[in-house]
Design a protein around this ligand. Structure first.
Ligand code: NAD
Ligand code: UGA
Length: 465
């Protein structure tokens, strides 16, 4: 077995993305006694982790990485070498929705996952603990164990499930003080021993009562169910936002009123143009696919409706814009404020802004996109969308984006959009000037007083005609 040098244990993570990078940086920062190496096939990403400009924007992450980089935290492309040295191997590769073959559009694409399993077998010369960090279909650990333990080297691999619950934009705080860390294992002697190794790693900074253990299948399934429940709350309040618009009820007041019921709770009740992010949709569709596989079609339909409501909300937002702007937006300049799927991240995966932009471009509106962190990703997302090439431009400065626009649409709840000089913006726009607040973050009455026609979500509009 390879040595650990001055460190008490070698831990590695395969996959240096939004989860692998921050999670491992936190372990390294909190546990200087371990050597933590993060490996990836993407050499550019690894180079960025080793540079001054990290590959992802996440508040507070620079400091955490800096505190450990080169001391006990390393980013590398030498995957086989790292595997050979490691006792504990986290696997945090991407598990997107399958786009081809059986289960296309719903099932998880496990090709990256299985490839790592084969890399692990090839490079290993000693027993290892494999930790599923990626979000996976329930019972994947079973398949993983069968693949790994079919090796002819006499090596034993124990597979644990340790799903990640961090949210982007708050990843550092979520990792520092997680609501819970969930560790699923087999309930065999070897399974329980492996589980204890992982419990001991987290116990370096997470209170024992927040470290939850379960069987492997419960841990795997809990991750999918947590995301499904969170997304369901958003779809629920978004469905009510439309009813509010018809009845003069105010969705924020309704959310506050129901959220004060301690059984419901106040969080994840902000009506929006729709939820985005790389995981909610993919994980619910994966849950739907699994249910269908067990013949649970009614259960599948129930969860599928959460995604359907989200798709509807994005469409409804644009339809409303068209209706309000006199049933035509062709040739009108529309500034989208924000493109990231939420504030404090540059991530745009599944951002509702993508769909909104495509719909607006299909109507031949001239869309100008501004965002403090996500413009590079936005340009990549819209590449190859025919209408977008012709009708979409990008602008760093929101004041420039708004100049000459007929309408602004708030897509992302960036704090800086709350404090812009809207009088200046109003003066620079075409009249009548419209604001569609897809996040309900602005002071609607004040905007109205400036002269805007204001269309929030789930609330009465403020209009001058
Ligand atoms: P990501 O795409 O940002 O990162 C995955 C990384 O894995 C990429 O850099 C890719 O190059 C690398 N990779 C793929 N195959 C590889 C291989 N064979 N060897 C080495 N590296 C390989 O993905 P992410 O957002 O970090 O998500 C990873 C997993 O965590 C997913 O299953 C996701 O569902 C889950 N998750 C994500 C979040 C989130 O906030 N993004 C939160 C919780 C859970
Ligand atoms: C989500 C979960 O919150 C994490 O626990 C989970 O680990 C992660 O998915 C994952 O598995 O990837 P994330 O997608 O990063 O995290 O961000 P969220 O804060 O959950 O927001 C998701 C989307 O819902 C965003 O578009 C956000 O704007 C939207 N949202 C959120 C609303 O529209 N309304 C709300 O009240 C809350």
């Amino acid at each position: 077995m390879a040595g650990t040098g001055n460190f008490s244990m070698n831990i590695i993570c395969i996959g240096a993305g939004y989860v692998g990078g921050p999670t491992m940086a936190m372990i390294a920062a909190k546990c200087p006694q371990y050597k933590v190496t993060v490996v990836d096939i993407n050499a550019d990403r690894i180079a960025a982790w080793n540079s001054d400009k990290l590959p992802i924007y996440e508040p507070g992450l620079d400091e955490v990485v800096k505190s450990a980089l080169g001391r006990n935290l390393f980013f590398s492309t030498k995957i086989a070498e790292a595997i050979d040295e490691a006792k504990v191997i986290f696997v945090s590769v991407n598990t997107p929705t399958k786009t081809f073959g059986e289960g296309a559009g719903k099932a998880a694409d496990l090709q990256y996952w299985e490839k790592t399993a084969r890399d692990i077998i090839k490079a290993s010369n000693s027993d290892k603990i494999i930790v599923e960090k990626s979000t996976l279909p329930v019972r994947t650990a079973h398949a993983m164990e069968r693949i790994l333990n079919a090796n002819d080297k006499g090596i034993h691999f124990e597979v644990l499930s340790n799903p990640e619950f961090l949210a982007e934009g708050t990843a550092v705080e979520d990792l520092k003080k997680p609501d819970r860390v969930l560790i699923g294992s087999q309930l065999t002697e070897k399974g329980l021993a492996a589980r204890q190794v992982l419990v001991d790693i987290y116990a370096n900074w997470v209170p024992k009562e927040n470290i939850l253990t379960s069987n492997v299948w419960s841990a795997e399934l809990s991750k999918l169910v947590a995301n499904a429940f969170l997304a369901q709350r958003i779809s629920s309040i978004n469905s009510i936002s439309q009813l509010c618009e018809c009845t003069e009820a105010n969705v924020s007041e309704v959310a506050k009123a129901i959220g004060m019921d301690s059984r419901i709770g106040p969080r994840f009740l902000n009506a929006s143009v729709g939820f985005g992010g790389s995981c909610f949709k993919k994980d619910i569709l994966n849950l739907v696919y699994i249910c269908e596989g067990y013949g649970l079609h009614d259960v599948a339909r129930y969860w599928e409706s959460v995604v359907a409501m989200n798709e509807f909300q994005k469409k409804r937002f644009v339809r409303n814009m068209i209706r309000v702007m006199f049933n035509t937006i062709a040739g009108k300049r529309i500034a989208l404020f924000g493109f990231a799927f939420k504030a404090d991240t540059g991530d745009t995966r599944e951002s509702p802004a993508i769909d909104v932009t495509m719909q607006l471009a299909a109507e031949h509106a001239n869309v100008v996109i501004t965002d403090p962190q996500a413009l590079d990703n936005a340009a990549k997302d819209l590449q190859g969308c025919g209408d977008c090439t012709k009708y979409v431009t990008f602008e760093n400065n929101p004041y420039e984006a708004a100049k000459g626009a007929h309408a602004l649409a708030i897509m992302t709840e960036w704090n800086e959009y709350k404090t812009l000089d809207y009088e200046r913006i109003y003066k620079s726009m075409e009249k009548p000037a419209f604001i569609f607040d897809g996040r309900n973050i602005l002071d609607h009455q004040r905007l109205y007083e400036i002269g805007f026609n204001v269309y929030p979500l789930g609330k009465e509009c403020w209009k001058h005609f």
